[in-house]
Ligand binder design. Sequence first.
Ligand code: 0PR
Length: 368
Amino acid sequence: MEKDQILKKLRDLREKDPKFSDGRIISSVSTEPLDFAVEAFNIFSDTNALDVNIFPEVQKLEREIIDWFGTALKNPEIDGYVTTGGTEANIAALFVAKKLNPGRREILVPESAHYSIKRAAELMDLEIKWIKLDENFRADITDLESKISKDTLAVVATAGTSSLGVVDPIEEINSLCKDIFFHVDAAFGGFVLPFMENAPCIDFSLENIDSITIDPHKMGMNLIPAGAILFRDKSYLERIKVSPPYLSFSTSTISGSRSGGAIASVWATINYLGFDGYQKIVQDCLKNTEFLCNEIEKLDGVELVRKPDINVVGIRIKDMGPVSAELIKRGWDIMPDLESGSARVVVMPHVTETVIKNLVSDLKDILA
Ligand code: 0PR
């Protein structure tokens, strides 16, 4: 095939799948990346972050990203790396925990945790003790406390759960984790809560948090693949360092070759937006979240699952099966959980007031 033909074929195929800007994607934690981030990616698209020998500049960019997170999450001593996403970040955190305490194998995990935690446990043969949720869908602190034992390797909490955006009681859990590895999965909420007014604290100023997952490719406005794992200090990554004899460098990452493009794009995005830029994005998303909640409360047959902590809204719909089928027919990307009769709306930057008005209008129409 000729290059032109190949590119045309790809463009045609791409047209078949929706774009965030179409205003119909309401359930995804991804969004349209900044054009500028794509450009930055391209400049470093031929580099490999694994090989710091050939590409030392990529390593410097990555260090600056980690330092930026250190400021945002209140600890200049942190270390970490840019991962392919939240899944790899969560695996890396528990891998380090296991290396720190090889004799223990139980991890305490709230029922609402992302499935990557279960994956990590399976990979490392760890045993999960599931923590019940309280009436507000947060990890139940009493249940958690009762399950801590001398075999507890780690506790996991989520700042912005995948289905409802719930922030677990991180401060309270922190106070129970003096001698236990404490990992906070802020894959989604990490780019929301630190930029929000009156938000609960999820950062390293809580002295027992050992690691935090935070994903630039969610609310960080970056393109995929770009997650990040952060550790309280430089000693943690040392635990998973490998130094193959035939290479002139060592590495502490789960993945081998890594995209230097992803690192360049994260660096570009955080430097371009800065804390002010993220504050503005978060403010807008929260304003639209409130607008959506107010509209939902006015509708018969639809209700909020709970008052949202951040820009993820659970809505419960009467006759979810047929109603969601009709929404899907009308082009809405909605993921109904038929068991609970609810679905999530993630109010990402592309879910504007107009998109919400269109959604509410279709819902009204279908329910009538
Ligand atoms: N931790 C939390 C709290 C998450 O919500 C996710 C992703 C992860 C970790 C894992 O992140 P990666 O997918 O980057 O490895 N949660 C999304 C979800 O389950 C994944 C997703 C993304 C689903 C875009 C749909 C979609 O369109 O909701």
